[in-house]
Design a protein around this ligand. Structure first.
Ligand SMILES: *Cc1c(COP(=O)(O)O)cnc(C)c1O
Length: 231
């Protein structure tokens, strides 16, 4: 078995154990294999080993890779999206995890409408309030989503966050819990076009804690593909 296949098997088993431990069904948890800096040959290895969804951070890097591999698997955009790159999104990605402003949502909605389609997106929340992180502040999320819900051609399916870097996965738990509580609160408002059923949280260092706290999408890179080269 290749290293990638072996790693995928281990990550899959860890996901399953975390799901069982927290009384959740495995069907509600999707693994997004994060492939930034990973070349197509190694992505193909992951596909051969059963991976079905991939996450990319940069349009420029992702475009040739996705064009080479094709849309037979799911592609998720998880990086910071600039408005001038929105035009590329629809030919490449199935879900955007990282919408962090009303103006970006406006651009996505406008372009989706022009193409006669609806865009699926998650709202990125900076739960930890780190200055270096993208995402809306907690208290901005509800009013921003209300404003986004009035825009055409968007489906707001949930929230995404990145916990602060830490060597102890337990440190991430309060951030993940806050994100889930916020999603539940927004869901209870029953806004048209806003479903809040998806929670994208958890990476290689903390995906099990994220699953225990309700993650439906975990974004795992280095635990599958190994450490990335430092840029
Ligand atoms: C790189 C990245 C990941 C994956 O990180 P690992 O620690 O390698 O699992 C997940 N989410 C986002 C937003 C990323 O940029």
């Amino acid at each position: 078995m290749s290293t990638i296949a072996e790693n995928l098997k281990i990550v899959g088993e860890r996901i399953e154990k975390a799901a069982i431990r927290s009384g959740r069904s495995l069907e509600e948890i999707q693994l997004v294999a994060v492939t930034k800096t990973v070349e197509p040959a190694r992505i193909r290895e992951a596909i051969d080993a059963g991976a079905t969804a991939f996450g990319e951070n940069w349009i420029q890097e992702a475009k040739p890779k996705i064009e080479e591999i094709g849309r037979g698997v799911e592609w998720h955009f998880i990086g910071h999206l600039q408005s001038n790159k929105v035009k590329f999104i629809f030919d490449l990605f199935d879900l955007i995890h990282s919408v962090d402003s009303l103006s970006l949502a406006q651009e996505i909605g406008k372009r989706a409408k022009a193409r006669g389609m609806t865009a699926d997106l998650l709202i990125q929340v900076n739960v930890s309030r780190e200055l270096t992180k993208e995402g809306l502040d907690l208290e901005e999320v509800f009013p921003t989503i209300e404003a986004m819900a009035a825009l055409p051609s968007l489906r707001i399916k949930g929230l995404m966050t990145i916990a602060p870097l830490s060597y102890n996965s337990e440190d991430s738990r309060p951030y993940f819990r806050s994100l889930r509580e916020l999603a539940l609160k927004i869901k209870s408002e029953k806004i048209d076009g806003v479903s809040m059923d998806e929670l994208s949280m958890g990476m290689s260092g903390d995906f099990e804690v994220a699953i225990e706290e309700g993650a439906t999408l975990v974004r795992v890179g280095s635990a599958i593909f190994g450490e990335r080269p430092h840029k």
